[in-house]
Write a protein that binds this ligand. Structure first.
Ligand code: NAD
Length: 481
């Protein structure tokens, strides 16, 4: 049984209170490791270490800081297979996906911000011949980074890398559901030469250790990715302390398919955008709106191909989908499939558990599910399910498609399929969404602003946006006549 520990001040250690939680392997439905059930005392240890490490780290020559982060990215690369296996086992995602997407992206996050910080600059405004303003951007102090379970190391490093690159020290908390790769990262930080206390990892429950981070007076900024309800709780706690907040929250993303689309490409990519990572990506399109001219043809071909998906052992590269992340989440997704039927939806494929034998008999496997016949205002179409479940709905006009797409409280990402370039621009412009992909999905350039509007969040990650979040601007105005 692997015993996960906190990583504080450059050392692995047990939680102060000595309590541990069970950590499950989703494909087998059984406990395979324990994780610390940390609390406020552990957060204090981590925050103290981070505070003590801040003067040296924030004033370190940029090239040196950058080199340590770059070295960490190289070490992630060297350990890619080991980290991918750990991620797949801990999360239930296919090993091939962890190898192709999760771990390479964690590597890229550190590499990107290690180099980006060397190009980061602040502004200067010449007001008149005798007045100039210049803005400095300094690191703030200890950054609190809290991440979810769906892309564990990928999203953890997406916050930690810019926070560190900007010169802050960090107290970070991975999801208690998928703590393994963050645990393994600690030893790589030491190997990369990161000074003790710069990067601290505290494990445990959100309401306990996460909340202690948000309440801690020495952690003045919180970068959070997770559910919308949790984001609201964090905002309530942090607001009276005037903390800087970045909130990346849930989504209910539309995938709009016009009848002038490239049919084959739209089908192939929609299979991915609906079901990649068992549909557990905040950017997955869960509401598919298909123009009436191609509705039946698209639906039949989509359903035919979804029904051929292989679901099972995440380590078997022939399987397109693995297990859902936890039993509570598995039960939640199944309850939405039940709800969809009560709301009048027809299941076209899927809707049931996948029963495997042997060591996978208790795994949380679900067939990818496609539902039609629901109204856009029903709960199935309004609430985030975050699993392998999509709904199909026909539409007639461009205006109708835009209204349907904008009909939820969320606004994270949207996908549009059309070969008409004017329509592409028109529709993209009117979608209430932080990100729009046209004729593609999940094409990521780490320089672009990433985040949502409405209930999908506040603030943006990525590129300069992240480096601006993790620094404090000060404007200095000088009159020199
Ligand atoms: P969650 O909100 O339950 O947990 C996210 C993290 O917050 C975990 O580490 C958890 O322990 C912690 N947490 C929980 N309660 C807390 C509290 N009171 N104070 C501080 N921390 C607390 O979310 P989840 O179930 O892990 O992840 C799924 C959700 O994340 C989905 O809604 C999904 O859309 C969203 N998500 C959003 C993005 C994005 O970029 N917008 C990316 C991935 C996932």
């Amino acid at each position: 049984m692997i015993k996960i520990q906190n990583f504080i001040n450059g050392r692995y250690m047990d939680p102060v209170g000595g309590e541990h939680l069970d950590n499950y392997e989703p494909a087998k439905g059984r406990v395979y490791s324990t994780i610390p059930r940390s609390g406020a005392e552990d957060v204090k240890l981590a925050a103290d270490a981070a505070k003590a490490a801040f003067p040296e780290w924030s004033s370190m020559r940029l090239e040196k800081r950058s080199k340590i982060l770059y070295r960490l990215s190289e070490l992630i690369d060297q350990n890619l297979d080991r980290l991918a296996e750990a991620e797949s086992r801990d999360n239930g995602k296919p090993l091939w996906l962890a190898k192709e997407v999760d771990i390479p992206r964690a590597r890229d996050n550190f590499r990107f911000f290690a180099t980006a910080i060397q190009h980061f600059a602040s502004e200067s405004h010449r007001t008149s011949d005798t007045i100039i303003n210049y803005t400095t951007r300094k690191p703030i102090g200890v950054a609190g980074c809290i991440s979810p379970w769906n892309l564990p190391l990928y999203l953890f490093s997406w916050k930690v890398a810019p926070a560190l690159a900007a010169g802050n020290t960090v107290v970070a908390k991975p999801s208690e559901v998928t703590p393994m790769t963050a645990y393994l990262l600690g030893e790589l930080c030491n190997e990369a030469g990161m000074p003790a206390g710069v990067f601290n990892i505290v494990h445990g429950l959100g309401a306990e250790v996460g909340n202690a981070m948000v309440e801690h007076p020495d952690i003045p900024m919180i970068s959070f990715t997770g559910g919308t309800v949790t984001g609201a709780t964090i905002a309530r706690t942090a607001a009276p302390m005037f903390k800087k907040l970045s909130l990346e929250l849930g989504g209910k993303n539309p995938n709009i398919i016009f009848d002038d689309c490239d049919f084959d490409k739209a089908i192939a990519t929609s299979l991915n955008s609906s079901f990649a990572n068992q549909g557990q990506i905040c950017l997955c399109g869960s509401r598919m709106y298909i123009q009436r001219g191609i509705y039946e043809r698209f639906r039949d071909e989509f359903v035919r191909r979804v029904s051929e998906f292989k679901v099972g052992d995440p380590m078997d590269e022939n399987n397109r989908m693995g297990a859902l992340v936890s039993q509570p989440h598995f039960e939640k997704v199944k309850s939405y499939i039940q709800l969809a039927q009560e709301e009048g939806g027809r299941i076209l494929t899927g809707g049931e558990e996948v029963k495997l034998s042997g060591e996978f008999a208790n795994g949380w496997f679900l067939r990818p599910t496609v539902i039609e016949g629901l109204h856009e205002q029903c709960r199935t179409n309004q609430e985030e399910i975050f699993g392998p479940v999509v709904t199909l709905q026909p539409f007639d006009t461009e205006e109708e498609a835009i209204a349907l797409a904008n009909s939820t409280t969320y606004g994270l990402a949207a996908t549009v399929w059309t070969e008409n370039v004017r329509r592409a621009h028109r529709v993209a412009d009117q979608l209430k969404s932080g990100i729009v992909w046209v004729n593609c999905w999940l094409v990521r350039d780490l320089r672009t602003p990433f985040g949502g509007v409405k209930s999908s969040g506040v603030g943006r990650e990525g590129g300069w946006e992240a480096l601006r979040f993790f620094t404090e601007p000060k404007n200095i105005c000088i009159k020199f006549d």
